[in-house]
Design a protein around this ligand. Structure first.
Ligand SMILES: Cc1cc2nc3c(=O)[nH]c(=O)nc-3n(C[C@H](O)[C@H](O)[C@H](O)COP(=O)(O)OP(=O)(O)OC[C@H]3O[C@@H](n4cnc5c(N)ncnc54)[C@H](O)[C@@H]3O)c2cc1C
Length: 411
């Protein structure tokens, strides 16, 4: 917003949340010269439950933001593909197909480091202000439009403070303050899964691949960081959460030590705190924009971490939002109609990944199907690479033919 209207605002854009979505939004909008005010209830660096593997398209975006060297210096590991282990002990392995003539890789980095790096990059811009330790409680909702947020210092009984802007980006994650209010409906999916994540030191046989262990009612993910640190996440059906009652870190280690194919490799491992659980994971949100408001990252919806695409989708949805925010600020029109192209763009971005996620969820649900699919992939690297191409952006879901799907189903 320009001219005389500008003085009634604390910023051009308020970003709620300084995770991957919020910090990258602040960085991109800040670089365009907009006055950005980012608030987060946490003080950084902070932990975030995650599988911590950024898929190649997300890596390319972070590289374009100039973060690659910092990520490597902060202990990131590189993975050049995926390895699946089925219930019956069969392994399948494939590298990510090259993209744009370059070898593609996944970057595995602790969220404790990544989110802090991104936030610092944004905060270094003179026109970006970051307020950590500020918890948003509600939006400023006037005449059917969002005009900023109200919140207060996290954990304090200080008086509430109102921050105003013509546009607000809700990047406050799965449990967004904007859900089920202001006409925004959140629907939690029927199949409820939970994630438990931590880090292990002392895992044998680690190679530069993200490993996925299909087990009855859950999958385990092991992703290599630098040194001998490994992120290990468990995705489990709600019914299986009983195994994690009591001391979470102990239950987590016990669970992993009983996992075929992994147990023997982690006999001498130690768990590095924290271990944290998060769920239920899958939900849809509609609409993802209101006058004066866009939801980006997880706050706009999340299906399941099974394809490791959450951060990449967050980065891509922010990239899609930036030109729409720019136009809204330049024209002074942040109406529903002006922001509507964002919903179409996000639907396009998530389409193939959600389809692949659904396919993977079906495979993970039925052990016999997982056995057949992994057996097939162990013999058919081209098919495995076609699947990986969907997450690297080099193939489309529609490239999976009926024959491919039958091959996966029949083994
Ligand atoms: C178990 C598990 C495994 C996963 N594995 C992967 C993986 O391997 N690869 C991948 O790419 N993705 C993975 N994901 C998904 C990924 O973690 C998310 O998609 C990603 O973190 C989304 O980023 P975000 O910025 O939208 O939200 P978040 O990272 O959740 O950030 C939200 C921010 O908002 C702040 N906030 C929240 N409420 C308020 C408030 N009221 N006021 C102020 N601030 C607030 C929080 O403090 C936080 O900093 C996984 C997720 C889970 C749960």
């Amino acid at each position: 917003m320009s001219g005389s209207g500008r003085s009634r605002w604390d910023a051009d854009v308020i970003v709620v949340g300084g995770g991957v979505a919020g910090s990258s939004a602040a960085l991109l909008l800040g670089r365009e010269g907009f006055r950005v005010l980012l608030v987060d209830r946490a003080t950084f660096p902070r932990h975030k439950t995650c599988g911590e593997g950024i898929m190649p398209e997300g890596v390319a975006i972070l590289e374009s933001l100039g973060l690659m060297d910092d990520m490597l210096a902060a202990g990131a590991g590189l993975a050049r593909g995926l390895r699946f282990r089925s219930h019956d002990g069969t392994w399948a392995q494939a590298d990510f197909p090259p993209a744009g003539g370059k070898a593609a890789c996944s970057v595995v980095i602790r969220r404790y480091e990544l989110d802090h790096l991104l936030l610092q990059r944004a905060a270094a811009l003179p026109n970006v202000t970051v307020r950590e330790g500020f918890t948003v409680s509600e939006a400023v909702y006037e005449d059917g439009a969002i005009r900023g947020v109200t919140g207060r210092a996290t954990g304090r009984l200080s008086s509430p403070e109102t921050l105003r802007a013509p546009l607000t980006l809700a990047a406050d994650g799965m449990h967004s303050k904007f859900h089920n209010r202001y006409g925004i409906e959140k629907t939690v999916l029927k199949r409820q899964r939970w994630g438990i994540a931590g880090h292990l030191r002392g895992v044998d046989g680690i190679e530069p691949y993200i490993e996925v262990f299909f087990q009855e009612g859950n999958e385990i993910y092991a992703a290599p960081l630098a040194g001998d640190l490994v992120l290990v996440a468990i995705l489990v059906e709600k019914e299986g959460m009983g195994a994690f009652q009591g001391h979470l870190a102990e239950a987590y280690h016990r669970f992993l030590r009983a996992a075929p194919g992994l147990a023997e490799r982690i006999r001498d491992s130690e768990v590095l705190p924290p271990v944290a659980a998060r769920g239920p994971l899958g939900f849809r949100v509609d609409p993802i924009h209101r006058p004066g408001l866009l939801l980006v990252g997880d706050s706009a919806g999340f299906l399941d971490p099974i394809t490791g695409e959450g951060m990449t989708l967050a980065l891509k949805s922010v990239q899609a939002a930036v030109p729409i925010v720019r136009r809204a600020l330049e024209t002074g029109d942040a109406s529903d109609a002006a922001l509507a192209p964002y919903a179409a763009e996000r639907a396009r971005i998530t389409h193939d990944v959600y389809k692949l996620t659904q396919l993977m969820l079906d495979v993970s649900r039925y052990p016999a199907l997982a056995n057949r699919a992994v057996a097939r992939l162990s013999r058919d690297t081209a098919l495995f690479q076609k699947l990986l191409g969907i997450v690297t952006g080099t193939s489309r879901y529609r490239d999976l033919t009926l024959r491919d799907r039958l091959a996966l189903g029949l083994g």
